[in-house]
Design a protein around this ligand. Structure first.
Ligand code: COA
Length: 375
């Protein structure tokens, strides 16, 4: 069965309750840096340590396009003596935090699709930051929805949404599912390094959901054919997080900063942009489509300059906001959720026959995309 016989029939978005501006983030890290420098003043004076640099809100917006981000907890992140969210432990009998974020997004997506939760027979959680090893968060969500069938978690970092959409499309094509929910609950604040000025501004929390079904079964008033999906990976250490199940048994001294997100931003920028341009061009070539025929690009939302460079590489000119909408100014990098937030918020004006590309990229390296057409 061709993937074009699978349609997206609904999307949903959960936006966390708290927003943090660049100025607020910079103010708390500045207090922390100044206190650290004062505490180490004598070592800094004799050259035994380097003074830490304070962050700058103007730099953040200029370098990334980010103005603010949403988080599940604000107090902990902005506490200069903590610089990480407060996420109270929950008991086994309580709904987990990721499931809690997922449910409103899924209900919104199912309402668009005209479907009931008990009709769902496949739930795929795709995200960078899973809150536990097992049982799968997706199975907890399946139970909370009252869905049947099967569910599993997968992690391809920032590309988790497009990779999990593809898994859902494949399940529908091969007949192992009839109504798929793909959900991306990203609590990036739990694995962001708010103490490092190179990274502290990058991420935000959010959760997106997508409903997929076979076109022959769909009843939604708005449907998007998945014309073609493409997944691509190439190993790189430029974005890395060594948090894992072997940490408690590892011999040797590990820098705790290796157990959260880290990256070589310039390298990522230089290596990933041309890969994504090639990826999208090959996608369009395979469908004998011209880039000019694409009405909208819903790109991964990590860095504004990166997106402009990628869209320019594909189109041959800098895109306007109508062609490549930006949501990272308010949401920052929400990892896998970013391109789906852009699709969710910026597709209402498109008409039947309009073509678009949902594309994500990130650690791995991993790149995923779906070419979609409004029915
Ligand atoms: N405030 C003030 N200055 C800062 C700063 C901050 N918050 N963070 C970094 N700087 C400084 C650096 O220390 C550096 O100073 P130096 O020139 O004295 O060494 C200077 O600003 C430039 O830093 P650099 O890291 O080269 O900036 P950049 O222009 O590359 O922007 C990123 C940084 C992270 C925004 C950018 O590299 C990026 O977005 N890369 C791709 C990220 C990405 O997509 N990752 C995927 C994650 S899933």
């Amino acid at each position: 069965m061709p993937s074009a016989d699978v349609v997206i029939t609904g999307t949903g978005l959960f936006t966390p309750p708290y927003s943090i501006s660049n100025a607020e983030l910079v103010a708390s890290l500045t207090v922390s840096v100044n206190e650290w420098n004062a505490a180490h003043a004598s070592e800094i004076a004799v050259g035994a340590r380097e003074a830490r640099q304070v962050p700058d809100a103007e730099f953040i917006e200029k370098a990334s396009g980010i103005k603010s981000r949403f988080v599940m907890n604000k107090d902990g992140v902005l506490d200069p003596h903590r610089l990480r969210p407060h996420l109270p432990l929950r008991g086994e009998d309580e709904l987990g935090l990721q499931a809690e974020m997922a449910l409103p997004a899924i209900h919104e997506a199912l309402a668009q699709a005209g479907r009931r939760p008990d009709e769902v027979d496949c739930v795929i959680v795709g995200c960078s930051n899973l809150q536990r090893a097992y049982p799968a968060v997706a199975i907890e969500i399946q139970a909370a929805l009252g869905a049947s069938g099967w569910a599993y978690d997968m992690n391809v970092a920032c590309s988790s949404a497009t990779f999990s959409i593809q898994s859902g499309v494949d399940a529908l094509c091969n007949g192992s599912a009839n109504l798929v929910v793909v959900v991306n609950p990203e609590i990036t604040s739990g694995h962001n390094n708010f103490a490092m000025r190179d990274h502290h501004f990058i991420f935000g929390d959010a959760c997106t959901a997508i409903v997929l079904e076979r076109a022959a079964d769909a009843i939604a008033s708005e449907q998007w054919e998945v014309l073609r999906g493409r997944l691509q990976t190439k190993f790189s250490n430029a974005i890395r997080n060594d948090f894992g199940f072997l940490n408690p048994s590892e011999d040797g001294e590990r820098d705790p900063m290796e157990l959260v997100f880290r990256q070589r931003g310039q390298q990522v920028f230089k290596e990933v942009c041309p890969m994504v341009v090639g990826h999208i061009r090959e996608q369009l070539d395979a469908l004998t489509l011209e880039p000019s025929g694409v009405r909208r690009f819903w790109l991964h939302q990590a860095n504004l300059k990166m997106n402009q460079l990628i869209a320019k590489g594909v189109l041959g000119r800098v895109p306007n906001e109508d062609e490549a909408p930006v949501i990272l100014d308010r949401y920052a990098n929400t990892s896998s959720a970013g391109s789906v937030i852009a699709f969710h918020l910026h597709r209402g004006d498109l008409v039947s026959g309009d073509l678009g590309v949902i594309c994500s990229f990130g650690a791995g390296y991993s790149i995923g995309s779906q070419v979609v057409r409004k029915r």
